[in-house]
Design a protein around this ligand. Sequence first.
Ligand SMILES: [Zn+2]
Length: 308
Amino acid sequence: MSTLAAGLPAARQAADGTTGEPSTAAATGARALAAFIRTHAPLFVLTGAGCSTDSGIPDYRDEAGHWKRAEPIRYQRFVREPAARRRYWARSFVGWPRVAAARPNITHRTLAALEARGLVTQIVTQNVDGLHQRSGARRVLDLHGRLDVVDCLDCGLRLPRERMQALLAQHNPDCVPVAPEVSAPDGDVLLGDAVQAGFRVPDCPRCGGMLKPAVVFFGENVPRPRVAHAMDQLARAGGVLVVGSSLTVFSGYRFCRQAAQAGQPIAILNLGHTRADDLAGLKLNAACGPTLTAALALLEQAPPRPSV
Ligand SMILES: [Zn+2]
């Protein structure tokens, strides 16, 4: 396995023990990535929180894979404990406007450009922010669902998140949804106990049932048809490219494991350690945006033949 540091500030490169000029290291990483894409496209692209940090949506974990703050709510607590549900929606209510205002960044746009050139079979994202689609990518599978949709767990009614936001506002006229800063990819923010305790959670407007964001919570399984579709797309790909994920959660890691078993090559572009580092033929410990854009520029100079 080769490990390269590209697109990083000089201080970080030094901390990583790499040598040489930053620009040289960045160029080396981009060249290696361009060569991987040229050789193994079309690729199955697996993305995570590191793709969206430049859009103002923070990562759950630090570069060592540790939680940056308290673990997100688990499914079992959400459905069983009214107080936990109240806390979730109070924090989500305040955090949502910032998530809704987030825009795709250069990483999303470059992946969309690779897709448009026929170099990507499927983008499977562990993010719930919808930013790949907003960047123009079309072959996107939201592995963990979408934060901009809310489901009734009892009757199956589906609401846009904006409608839920309006219901939350109606039930909590004294709570103003202005967040200083979102602290997690699910739009969570930290609120005082008093605000959370007094928060009122609306029920399903059709059946009075329990409303939940259409995202896969921790402790919940990804729906089987979704996994099966992703596995089908993986089987059609010439290789796997992981972008901005530590792959700590099994739901994403399993695709790398499957690829390794099938003998498909894996490249990982991520700041910090990932669970699949040992499975990857190419590991770039680098910022996603600069490395991807430099690789795309190299591909434009000598384009590979699209095969999808
Ligand atoms: Zn309902």
